[in-house]
Design a protein around this ligand. Sequence first.
Ligand SMILES: C[S@@+](CC[C@H](N)C(=O)[O-])C[C@H]1O[C@@H](n2cnc3c(N)ncnc32)[C@H](O)[C@@H]1O
Length: 294
Amino acid sequence: MPTPTPRRPSVRPKAKARRAEGWHGWDDYAPFYDWENARTLGRRDVPFWRNLAVHAGGSVLELGCGTGRISLPLGKAGVHLVGIDRSDAMLERARARVRRAKLAGQVALVRGDIRHLPFADAAVPARRSKDSTRRRTKGASGFSMVMAPYGVLQSLLKERDLAATLEAVHGVLQPGGMFGLELVADLPSWEEYRKRVSLDGWRGRKGGTRVTLVETVRQDRARQRTIFDQTFTETHGRERRVHEFSLTFRTLSVPQMTRRLEKAGFEVTALLGDYRGGPWDPRAEVWVVLARKC
Ligand SMILES: C[S@@+](CC[C@H](N)C(=O)[O-])C[C@H]1O[C@@H](n2cnc3c(N)ncnc32)[C@H](O)[C@@H]1O
């Protein structure tokens, strides 16, 4: 019998750690996003954005529209809204909602990156356009309002990404058009913790699928980043599925954002500390900035 040649231990180079980007993680998060948000922010900010959008008097662009948590109520209120998002999985949920609500003529969803808005400067996409990152319509009059709710701009981790986005927003807004954005207020001071059970509940009726979120939060203050490592576990009878992913956010303060908006050609018209229009201060629970294209 031939002696078997001893196998060399396979020495594989370690997989290169993927550099974190703000758009990573959202595809994995998509199945849990609405479930989690129904238990946290809910719809508290929706009337605020709806009121601004209804009075904008023209088409509204929502940056990072996600699953349509805000886009749908705005469409129902008669706003012609274009939502753009990079995550197909998040958008798929928004698309299903638009179909169910028969709002296809009112809400257009576009897959794309907010750093390079796929609309010609001061132009809006055709109302009946299919999802596309390339479609452009020339000669229209631009968006009357652009909004970035719920910390969307905090997904831009690099200074140049934020600058590119502000320039792109400035380009697609009508002269005098409004840019409204919200920063997640407590992100810079979020306490760090490891493997904490943050949420535990049922999806669907009780006895259906049990969902548990175990979360680790890390602060990288030198790089102005807050990182959420999330593990969602779904248990249905004996079946158990584990989904692990990370979301990284840049922690920007309101004064820092104000300076960047002014540099990009906006006039900051209001800093709000709640959704009823109260003034902002550094301890406010809500950080909303309203600006106008100069
Ligand atoms: C916090 S969620 C907000 C979703 C929705 N606006 C809401 O309020 O529920 C952030 C969204 O921004 C999207 N996003 C992150 N970076 C992006 C980028 N560079 N371009 C387009 N979308 C991006 C993510 O895919 C995600 O859907």
